[in-house]
Write a protein that binds this ligand. Structure first.
Ligand code: 13P
Ligand code: SF4
Length: 331
C-alpha cells in the first residue's frame, strides 16, 4: 500500500518507540510495523478515537499505539470516563462489551470480532439462572470475563484485581463466583466465607504446571515467580506472588526484583522487558490465541472503516451495567 511506506517522516516520528522496542524487533521488521503505527496514531487524532489496550497486547500495539493500557479493571474504569467519540478496544470481546455497556452513546470497535475468551464462552445466561434457582439467596459474583447477557443475570461483577474485595463486601457467609473455578479457589484462600464456584477455566493459565515453576527456579536461581489467579491452586502455591496483570506490574515497579518470571500470557513479559531493561525477565510462553488476533493492520482497518462495531442490546446493557457499576463503586 503506497500510503503505508516507511518514509523519513514515519521513521522520525516512530523513532522513540523503536528505541524502546529495538530488542524485540529487528530493523527490517520495524520498517513494516512503523507505517501502521504512524497512520493509526494520525487517524486516531483525526477521529477523536482512544485506544484501550490490555496488558497482553504485543509490544508494537502496547507501546506504539495504545492511549491507555492496563488490566480489565483499569480498562473498564478508563472506558467509563473517556471523552473520545470512538473507543478501539485492543483486547478480547468481553472487554469491548464492557466498554460499550459503560458508554452506550459511543462507538466501540474491536479490530477482530472473533477475539473471544474461553471463560466467557464457558457460561451462558441460562446457566446463571439455573445456579440462582439452585442457590437461592446466595449472591452471584460474575467475573468480567463473561458476556453482557451473563452479567445481566448477576448481582455484582469482579475482576482478578478486586475479587477478594468484592467477596468481602458481600453481606452473606456464602457467595457464588462464576465462571472461573481457579479465581474462586484463590479467593477462597483469602476470605472467611464459603466461595462456591463453577467449572470455567482459562485455556492459557491452566496450562502452567508446578513442574514449570520448579524448572524456572532450578535454571534461574533467585528468580521471583509471579502468577495470575487464573492459574491452578498448585501453581499459585508454588509462586511468590499472585495478582492481576496490573498488580503484577505494580509489584515489579515497587519491589524491583532482579530476576522475575510471570506465569501468564507471553506479551506481558515482552511489554515489561521493553519498559524495564534493568530487569531480567524469564519468558515462559503461553499465548492467548484470542488476544493475538488483534494486530496493527486490523486496528488500522477498524479505525478506517469504523467496523466491526460492538453492539449490546439496550435492555441487556441496562441490566448488565448494574453489577458493573456496583463493582466499580466498591473497587
Ligand atoms: P486481568 O484483569 O488480570 O488483566 O486479566 C484478564 C485476563 O483475561 C487474564 O487472562
Ligand atoms: Fe480469556 Fe484466558 Fe485469553 Fe484471558 S488469557 S482472554 S482469560 S482465554
Amino acid at each position: 500500500m503506497t500510503d503505508l511506506a516507511y518514509t523519513a517522516e514515519v521513521a522520525r516520528e516512530t523513532a522513540p518507540v523503536f528505541d524502546l522496542l529495538k530488542d524485540q524487533y529487528d530493523e527490517t521488521h520495524w520498517e513494516t510495523l512503523a507505517p501502521y503505527i504512524y497512520e493509526i496514531n494520525r487517524l486516531k487524532k483525526e477521529k477523536n478515537a482512544v485506544i484501550l489496550a490490555h496488558n497482553y497486547m504485543t509490544p508494537d500495539i502496547f507501546h506504539g499505539v495504545a492511549d491507555i493500557v492496563g488490566d480489565s479493571l483499569a480498562l473498564a474504569r478508563e472506558a467509563a470516563k473517556t471523552e473520545a467519540d470512538i473507543i478501539v478496544q485492543c483486547g478480547v470481546h468481553f472487554m469491548a462489551e464492557t466498554s460499550k455497556i459503560l458508554c452506550m452513546d459511543k462507538k466501540v470497535l474491536i479490530p477482530d470480532m472473533k477475539a473471544g475468551c474461553s471463560l466467557a464462552e464457558g457460561i451462558t445466561a441460562n446457566d446463571v439462572k439455573l445456579l440462582r434457582e439452585k442457590y437461592p439467596g446466595v449472591p452471584i459474583i460474575t467475573y468480567v470475563n463473561t458476556s453482557a447477557e451473563v452479567k445481566a443475570e448477576s448481582d455484582i461483577c469482579c475482576t482478578s484485581g478486586n475479587a477478594v474485595k468484592i467477596v468481602e463486601a458481600m453481606e452473606t457467609d456464602e457467595v457464588l463466583m462464576v465462571p472461573d473455578r481457579y479465581l474462586a479457589a484463590y479467593t477462597q484462600t483469602k476470605v472467611n466465607k464459603k466461595v462456591l464456584t463453577y467449572q470455567g477455566s482459562c485455556i492459557v493459565h491452566e496450562r502452567f504446571t508446578v513442574k514449570d515453576i520448579e524448572t524456572f527456579r532450578a535454571r534461574y536461581p533467585g528468580v521471583e515467580v509471579l502468577a495470575h489467579p487464573e492459574c491452578t491452586p498448585e501453581v499459585l502455591e508454588a509462586s511468590d506472588y499472585t495478582g492481576s496483570t496490573q498488580q503484577m506490574i505494580d509489584y515489579l515497579e515497587q519491589e524491583k526484583p532482579g530476576k522475575v518470571v510471570l506465569i501468564t500470557e507471553c506479551s506481558m513479559s515482552d511489554n515489561i522487558a521493553a519498559a524495564h531493561p534493568e530487569m531480567e525477565l524469564v519468558r515462559p510462553c503461553q499465548l492467548c490465541p484470542h488476544m493475538k488476533r488483534i494486530t496493527l493492520p486490523k486496528i488500522l482497518e477498524s479505525l478506517k472503516t469504523e467496523q466491526p462495531e460492538v453492539l449490546v442490546d439496550p435492555d441487556i446493557a441496562a441490566r448488565a451495567i448494574v453489577p458493573i457499576n456496583k463493582m466499580l463503586e466498591l473497587s
